[in-house]
Design a protein around this ligand. Structure first.
Ligand SMILES: Nc1ncnc2c1ncn2[C@@H]1O[C@H](COP(=O)(O)OP(=O)(O)OP(=O)(O)O)[C@@H](O)[C@H]1O
Ligand SMILES: [Mg+2]
Length: 313
């Protein structure tokens, strides 16, 4: 669906140093995947989306979108993808229906009325369909822009921060909508600052700051950066059990915290049953066992810290 090879964009501004916005990005996003593109302000996320939707040309490198090469088949690319841009331009004085209809005609959508109605209803804007967009709230505009991106039923969608500036309710609606689109089998390239959002929605996440720093599933990112930790909640702790757990091959560390033992290990599926058996046989009351999960936020901040340290070294 998306394939990039050392895709690079360097902005050249007169009398100022060049801005390397995207450097050597090599990436592939498979059909049906929800890919999260995560990075701080100015990381180059929007620039990447603009290149992949043929709105700006790369400085070097290459990319293919839906099988079409960027720079050669730009018209085909633009017709085959849906884009929600950072600040979607809408015709303020025209109604929601008119806004969508103009766009639908531009994209040669068949059955314009039906498509416009379908998406206005789906996004909860049907009752406001005849109001001028100038009277819409920020969230309503965002929803209208999402509807616009979908009118021609693209299989591949670029969503640049779809929930930014939305209240929790509207953000949740948009998120569940993204989920629904994914369940319909669409491929989604999602730029976001919202780490929990990426965690919930994305199959894979690329952490990006001009360069791709990490790319993996949310689960593997957790494992890679923090290892796996299992928490054993016990009624009380006998210090001898700590040494017994440490003696298992594959256990890296055991940390007592209150009435809990936090055990770092590679392979909990194999080790947990053995540790539980040992604890029970030694007379421990095992109350709960669970995995300690790091939030994606911690992972992201950790990754950024490591990258900055490498940069300074
Ligand atoms: N048209 C342009 N001319 C010059 N520099 C640009 C242009 N567009 C973007 N840049 C620069 O490229 C860098 C990346 O910007 P970009 O908008 O892609 O970041 P972003 O990751 O989308 O950030 P945000 O999270 O704030 O939306 C920034 O340093 C920005 O100033
Ligand atoms: Mg951006």
């Amino acid at each position: 669906m998306i394939e990039t090879k050392q895709l690079t964009k360097i902005f050249k501004i007169k009398k100022s140093p060049d801005v390397p916005a995207v450097v050597d990005l090599t990436l592939s996003v498979a059909e049906g995947e929800v890919f999260g593109f995560l990075g701080p302000n100015g990381a180059g996320k929007t620039t990447t989306v603009r290149m992949l939707t043929s709105l700006i040309g790369p400085t070097s490198g290459a990319a293919w979108v839906n099988g079409f090469k960027v720079g050669e088949k730009d018209q085909d690319i633009r017709r085959s993808v849906g884009i929600l841009t950072e600040s979607p331009g809408l015709y303020e004085r025209l109604s929601a229906v008119k806004n969508l209809a103009i766009y639908a005609n531009l994209y040669d959508v068949e059955q314009v009325d039906r498509q416009v109605e379908k998406y206005l209803r789906m996004l909860g804007l049907w009752s406001r369909r005849d109001d001028p967009v100038g009277s819409f709230s920020k969230g309503m505009r965002q929803k209208l822009a999402i509807a616009r991106a979908l009118l021609h039923e693209p299989k591949l969608l670029f969503l640049d921060e779809p929930t930014s500036g939305l209240d929790p309710e509207a953000a949740r609606l948009v998120r569940s909508f993204v989920q629904e689109l994914s369940e319909q089998g669409r491929t989604i390239f999602l730029c976001t600052h919202n780490l929990n959002e990426a965690d919930r929605l994305c199959d894979r996440i690329g952490i990006f700051k001009s360069r791709l720093i990490e790319i993996d599933t949310p689960e593997n990112l957790r494992k890679k950066l923090f290892g796996r930790k299992v928490v054993f909640h016990l009624r009380e702790i006998n210090p001898r059990w700590i040494d017994s757990i440490k003696a298992f091959a594959g256990v890296e560390n055991v940390q007592p915290v209150d009435e809990k033992l936090v055990v770092s290990m590679d392979n909990p599926q194999v080790l947990n049953p053995q540790i539980i058996r040992m604890l029970v046989e030694s007379g421990a009351d095992v109350q709960f066992v669970g995995e300690l999960r790091h939030s994606l936020e911690e992972i992201y901040l950790q990754t950024m810290r490591e990258t900055e340290q490498e940069g300074q070294a």
